[in-house]
Design a binder for this molecule. Structure first.
Ligand SMILES: [Zn+2]
Length: 197
């Protein structure tokens, strides 16, 4: 007989709102193409479960995400996210998980911005993000930001070809995606999650 009670670590729930402009064909494989690689990666080193629920409906899935100032866009998106979380709570969702909310879009926010995450200073963590599906690594990149991963800790790795880890700020078309976080970013994410129940 043992007296130790294992404390279950809180799971993370990613609420993914699919924008109306995402094509029907992209929707079919959205979890396999954009979530599965980074979810399995995160679960492998954090010891937590990551759940994903997909959402839609106005004014969330027709949110105007394009513009030259991603910070302004994110601040408007944050307001919608709180409303969406409230709506889920009214429907009986109790949030025993740590919630993150991401808007999945077909296009980029502007010519330079494939995605954006609203991170607080100085902790550099957050809850709300927008990610274009035009690159396979962007959802994992923005979720990485919300969990405390940083550009400066990204790296180029070699796995038969040069690849870039999730937090690489600008993709080099000559390199592939590693679909991993660098060891330093794994530590950043673990440190943040260790501060949570
Ligand atoms: Zn970034």
């Amino acid at each position: 007989m043992t007296n130790t009670i294992e404390q279950k670590k809180k799971p993370i729930i990613i609420i993914a709102i699919v924008h109306d402009d995402v094509t029907a064909s992209a929707r079919k494989t959205i979890y396999a193409d954009y979530f599965y690689p980074f979810i399995t990666e995160l679960e492998s080193f954090t010891g937590r479960k990551f759940h994903v629920i997909f959402g839609k409906g106005d004014p969330y899935s027709n949110f105007d995400y394009k513009g030259s100032d991603p910070l302004k866009t994110l601040q408007k998106w944050e307001f919608h996210c709180y409303r969406y979380i409230n709506k889920l709570e009214e429907q009986g969702h109790t949030f025993d998980e740590i919630p993150l909310v991401v808007l999945l879009t077909n296009d980029s926010l502007n010519e330079k911005t494939l995605g954006a995450a609203l991170v607080r200073q100085p902790s550099q963590i957050g809850t709300f993000a927008i990610a274009s599906l035009s690159s396979y690594a962007t959802v994992g990149h923005e979720i990485g930001h919300l969990l405390g991963a940083k550009h400066e800790d990204s790296e180029v790795q070699y796995n038969g070809w040069w690849c870039e880890t999730y937090m690489t700020p600008q993709g080099d078309s000559m390199k592939s995606n590693c679909y991993t976080y660098s060891p330093a970013n794994r530590e950043n994410i673990k440190n943040f999650l260790n501060s949570k129940a």
